[in-house]
Design a protein around this ligand. Structure first.
Ligand SMILES: N[C@@H](CCC(=O)N[C@@H](CS)C(=O)NCC(=O)O)C(=O)O
Length: 194
């Protein structure tokens, strides 16, 4: 069974859009999704890239583009009032959830919280609610995200994505092939079916 390595940062609205589509895409292709959060800021830095919104005209365009994509998919979307938010702890929690087979459930819930429900996923209260919502022990999960082992896993995935050529998010790999952007999902599907 093929796998798409889905590298994302919860701070990336285009990663949210991709996340809304990937489960159905993977089901059609008979593939699995590996949810692999990475630190987009570090990826930008390593690639000599930057947030697109730093260019004012691009930033203004992106707001419209994101709304168009959300309408096209029929998914809820509201630009986060918490952006740019510190998503590091939420991303570490994906690893804690993964250890209990809940990476997808937690990732999807955190994406929705940030990009559909305008919740602050940097706050420990929100993180605890999200953890509880997918059946994790919230207190244990909040403690686990401060451990070196979990911190190292986020760092290692970020380094791996950089080494494999990522420069932005979402970065999706099927084997060695990189597909950047929610607007390249049809190529991801082709690669998974090929
Ligand atoms: N057209 C892409 C845009 C994706 C995008 O702009 N992603 C941002 C993060 S949310 C990024 O990585 N930008 C880097 C760049 O523009 O080079 C899509 O539909 O997904």
């Amino acid at each position: 069974m093929k796998t798409v390595d889905f590298f994302f940062d919860f701070s990336s609205p285009y990663s949210y859009l991709a996340a809304t589509q990937l489960p159905a895409l993977a089901a059609r292709a008979g593939a699995t999704i590996a949810y692999r959060p990475f630190v987009l800021f570090a990826v930008f830095k390593a690639a000599g890239n930057d947030m697109p919104a730093k260019i004012p005209t691009k930033g203004a365009y992106l707001f419209k583009d994101l709304d168009r994509w959300a309408r096209h998919y029929g998914v809820p979307f509201r630009f986060s009032s918490h952006f740019p938010s510190n998503t590091i702890k939420a991303m570490r929690m994906v690893h804690v959830a993964a250890d209990q087979g809940k990476a997808e459930a937690f990732s999807q819930a955190a994406f929705r919280a940030m990009w559909a429900e305008d919740r602050d996923i940097a706050s420990p209260e929100t993180l605890a609610e999200l953890a509880r919502g997918v059946g994790l022990d919230a207190e244990a999960a909040l403690a686990a995200i401060e451990t070196p082992a979990i911190k190292d896993r986020l760092r290692a995935d970020t380094d791996e994505a950089i080494t494999r050529g990522a420069f932005g998010a979402p970065a999706m790999f099927v084997g060695d092939e990189l597909f950047w952007g929610n607007d390249r999902l049809h190529f991801v599907e082709e690669a998974l079916k090929g």
